[in-house]
Design a binder for this molecule. Structure first.
Ligand code: TYD
Length: 132
């Protein structure tokens, strides 16, 4: 989990996220997800190249991260000044979205559908082959 600098004052909150400083990569792409709810599971993929930072700038959701080697952890994103860093080649599920959730996603690469692994079996194979 990452904690971002806050420069709020009597006018309101201000949170700063600088590429290469507050997060460990240069930001090449930003997208955001809203209008999901507690019935939805998003993500369900791994990326061969892209690293991400996810921040719930409003509302909340959970992120389950797996490494394909039996380790998994669930993170609650519910504060606009905290984020989760996701290195490449982790399997991620985003779920339990509050109705007001706005999930901001910062990515280290431009979009390339070919670097997404969307089949869990294929992911497991890839992770285990890498080790050999
Ligand atoms: P998807 O990867 O399924 O979203 P999530 O990871 O949140 O579950 O993306 C949904 C659609 O949007 C899919 O058709 C790919 C497209 N897309 C882009 O074209 N560019 C992007 O940067 C992203 C994240 C998705």
């Amino acid at each position: 989990m990452l904690e971002f600098p806050q420069r709020g004052d009597e006018r309101g909150h201000l949170v700063i996220v600088e590429g290469q400083q507050d997060i460990p990569f240069d930001i090449k792409r930003i997208f955001y997800i809203y209008g999901s709810d507690e019935t939805v599971v998003r993500g369900q993929h791994a990326n061969r190249k892209t690293e991400f930072v996810l921040i719930n700038v409003a509302g909340s959701c959970k992120v389950k991260v797996r490494d394909g080697k039996g380790n998994e952890a669930v993170f609650l994103l519910n504060r606009p000044h905290t984020g989760i860093y996701l290195p490449k080649m982790v399997w991620k599920d985003m779920y339990d979205f509050s109705r007001d959730s706005v999930l901001l996603c910062l990515a280290s690469e431009h979009y390339d559908a070919a670097e997404y692994i969307r089949e869990y079996d294929e992911y497991l194979k890839f992770v285990n082959e890498e080790e050999r």
